[in-house]
Design a protein around this ligand. Sequence first.
Ligand SMILES: [Zn+2]
Length: 759
Amino acid sequence: MKTMLSVLISVCAAAAFGLSVEKIQDVHGAGEHDLSATWLQTYWNKATGKNLRLLKPSEPFRSNAVYLGKAALEKGLVSKEETARAGSDGFVLKITEDAIGIASENPWGLLCGVGRLGEMLGLRPTGNGAGVFPPSVPPRELKECTIIDAPAFFYRNGGNPLTGQLGSLMLGDPRHGADPELFRKKSDLWIDHTAGYLVPRLKYYDAHPEYYSMLKNGERIAKDSFTDHRTPLCLSNPDVTKISIERAEKWVELNPDKKFFYLTYGDTTLWCRCPECEKLDEQPGQYAGRLLTWVNAVADALGKKYPDRIFLTFAYAGSDAAPERIKPAGNVAVVVASSLGNRPFFAHELKQGGMEKMQETLKGWLGRGGQRPLVCEYIGGTYQPAFVPQTADRYRYLKKCGVGGIAFNYGNPVNFPKLWWYLHGKLLWNPEQDAMKLMEDYAPCLYGAAAPHVIAYLKLADAQYQKTLQSGRKLANAYPPDFYTPEFLRQACSVLDNAINSPGITETLRKELTSEKYLMLADAMKHLPDYNDGELVRFVLNEGNRCAKQLNRETEFARSNNLVLRELEKTLPPSRIMALKKQIGTTTGAVPEKTAAGYRFPAAMWSGQDFGPKEYGPKNDPLSPPKLCAGVFTKAKGGRITSSAEMSLVFDLPEPEAGKEAVLNLEGQDAVSRGAAPHHLKNKEITMMRITLNGTVIYDGECGFAIHNWSRREFKIPAGVLKKENNSLVIRNTGHARGAFVYCWILISDAQLQFPGQQ
Ligand SMILES: [Zn+2]
């Protein structure tokens, strides 16, 4: 296969010989079924406010026009030699004194060329999609030039010609293949796992259960035990292959404008246990052998009729490791599920080690025949403190390795999502570009007057990323210990404050920027260099809490800090934890409130809990009225739940109340977890609870709160238990361990300390 890596040849004449944008009137289109003329008309209109007329193929060539594809070649604007230099995914864009020509060896490259012209007209994407920001000043002139350019990656996920991301536009959707009625409303079939399309359960299961996976007990999986998205096939069955070929052929035939088609196993780790399937595996538990046997057979059959299509399959959930005996067919690209995406300090890990296993898996597929492998990343929902260098470093690494592109990233990081999408798109075309320059170019579209401050912040984070890379200190929990230094945090807050206080920005934008600051501080709280530095902790908590208040995210901040405490409990001495708890409480306002009878402890004071502080209500249990609460579930041994089964809070008392007899008044619920099955609800076991105060057990038994609703209970505190300082109240769920199916919860919505005679 021909590999073109970002050849950018750009020749620009002196500005004096420019093309006046105003003069351009018409488009000579590239022919039928071609999107490029439509895209061009849209872009031209958005940038200049003018409509270009699409000329009929029979009309004679005109000057002052745009020539697309074949028309550009016939007009003599672009030569075949030039399109050959651009390669099959690239384009040639030529601007002369009275014409613009764009051509490519294929329609997709042409579309990218039109996108580039859109960028030159000053358009920028609004996000991941077709929306565009118009230029602040409509362009008057385009410089004469010849651009020959090709992308570094042949698959670029997203759908945005401006940045050359055409993945989703080029990808076949199995729901638009044969028998679409099988995949309407009730089906969960999506574009990635296509086994359910290739051998549909509804069509074949009743007559041929043997097409589907054999279980350990020798029986075939039951029809209602899997969905379309998770279809497990018996890949060694010749009829499964035959049907897959027929249905894949129909699918490609019905989608002539698509280039990529997934031929994939269901999203499951359940692989067929029949002896014929197992024979195809090189090692027990590694299923890439049988997967490729099936995929290659389908891809080979289709390649004869459709030589320019590429078939994608997953190295994932059992088919991760590349087999020795069988290689992907020439028209197959393996998509490797990669854990390289969420590495906030990618370059650091590359240097220090820590991702060798993933690198090995990826390298196993590189140079193994077939198309260059793609990666499938999981960066959605993560926080990336220095996403500009992190993204650039990662994509440069992927390119250097010989990866063919990114198939999915499953969402965007939580911080600066739109900046990230733009950077992602631009770097997929050419990761060698100056990433910060791209941000400087794009930020004004999103942030207006605040853009210079946002850029200053990104540069600050970038500098800190580079500095910590240089210092080479060992990563702790994926972060360099010298990233969130007091100096950096103060500067970062001050720069973000400048952004937030920019004159003339909208309230929505102010909120968005406040949220960026909040996210940074919540992340910093998780990765401080030294939790004994009381001043630093106070600074981060104060600033974070101020943002959280403005955003109404105080309980979220409390929850986040609570998780931090839980982690720290593993390493810091109890006295320091106690002090931190109180410090968090004081700065975030999670402190006891005085009542007529004593004190109320707000839900945000609890730490170590598994739930909350958060509202629990009809969303969790249809019968429960909503209340803000915190809760714990049973500790499971060996299950995936790692709960300590305890939640606790710390409080001080004025001298006269220490040592007194008192009552602990709790409002709570013996709750049901969301994952509980209906029969669990019917036979719900009673949750067990132990309450200790300063080490003295004040209750141990059935938790006694109402199920599906809130109720109150009182517990006597004998004299001599309460102290002046650091009283520690602990509620422990002592119910039975039930692994992932825990359904015995204790939720506490109100906790009060009452002194007899005071009410
Ligand atoms: Zn089988």
